[in-house]
Design a protein around this ligand. Structure first.
Ligand code: PXP
Length: 256
């Protein structure tokens, strides 16, 4: 089975439902149900669902991935560490996309993304069966040109640029540093697109910081979770997603 790239609708929104599971797990109960959140996100205009199955299963569980694969009709972006266990699960479920993220300190670059440069040989072998199975393999990396070039070299289809530092700098009021980080993200996005990679971005995005990222024309998808789940407490998940979508679309239209 192959998963062609979904039709671009300007800029896609992937809704990360991990923290619905965090709330569920806090009480060891069955609710709130991440699948229900995913189905609601779909109705509210999400283009995809992202779920991170961590090695320690602190939020999403194996049964959530099974339920999502069986029930959602938009693509699933399965986030995981590059371990044998996760590779076997990805090959079992064959989600639309597999996004490799660092979970351990030694897998990370200084900026917090995956160290594709330092682990290139292993990652090349790791992603080969996933590519053969038809999954779009994505590397969650910093905007470091070396990490971008390495991702292209090892055969990844997608890079997701880590927006965590940009988000933190803005939240802490370091406007100039945030501007510099934004410029580096823009340059990284252009470099990745020129290398033939599809470009995604995510981490720490909110209503207040999403627009400059959404305005980067080569970015095809944003993955957003924690803020949306928090905002859902106040306005409901559907409305929280619709507002994010609205801001993304305005920023993208204005950039054209
Ligand atoms: N993209 C990736 C690769 C992530 O690991 C995460 C966090 O799980 C996100 C996007 C979403 O980040 P946030 O929950 O801060 O919106």
């Amino acid at each position: 089975m192959t998963h062609p790239n979904p039709k671009p609708r300007g800029l896609r929104l992937g809704v990360n439902i991990d923290h619905v599971a965090t709330v569920r797990n806090a009480r060891g109960s069955a609710w709130p149900d991440p699948l229900r959140a995913a189905l609601l996100a779909e109705t509210a205009g999400a283009d995809g669902i992202t779920a991170h199955l961590r090695e320690d299963r602190r939020h999403i569980r194996d049964s959530d991935i099974e339920a999502l694969m069986a029930a959602i009709s938009i693509p699933l972006n399965f986030e995981c560490a590059a371990t044998d266990e996760m590779q076997a699960l990805a090959l079992k479920h064959r989600p639309h996309a597999v996004c490799l993220v660092p979970e351990k300190r030694e897998e990370r670059t200084t900026e917090g993304g995956l160290d594709v440069v330092g682990d290139a040989a292993r990652l090349t072998d790791f992603i080969a069966p996933l590519r053969e199975a038809g999954c779009r393999v994505s590397m969650f990396i910093s905007h470091d040109p070396r990490q971008i070039e390495a991702s292209a070299r090892i055969g990844a289809a997608v890079v997701e640029l880590h927006t965590g530092l940009y988000s933190d700098l803005l939240a802490e009021g370091h406007t100039e540093l945030a501007e510099r980080e934004l410029a580096a993200l823009r340059a990284g996005a252009d470099r990745a697109a020129a290398a033939g990679l599809e470009v995604h971005a995510g981490h720490g995005l909110t209503y207040d910081n999403v627009e400059p990222i959404a305005a980067i024309p080569v970015i095809a998808e944003l993955n957003i979770g924690h803020f949306l789940v928090g905002e859902a407490i106040f306005r409901g998940l559907g409305a929280a997603i619709e507002e994010m979508r609205r801001r993304m679309d305005i920023a993208r239209r204005a950039a054209k």
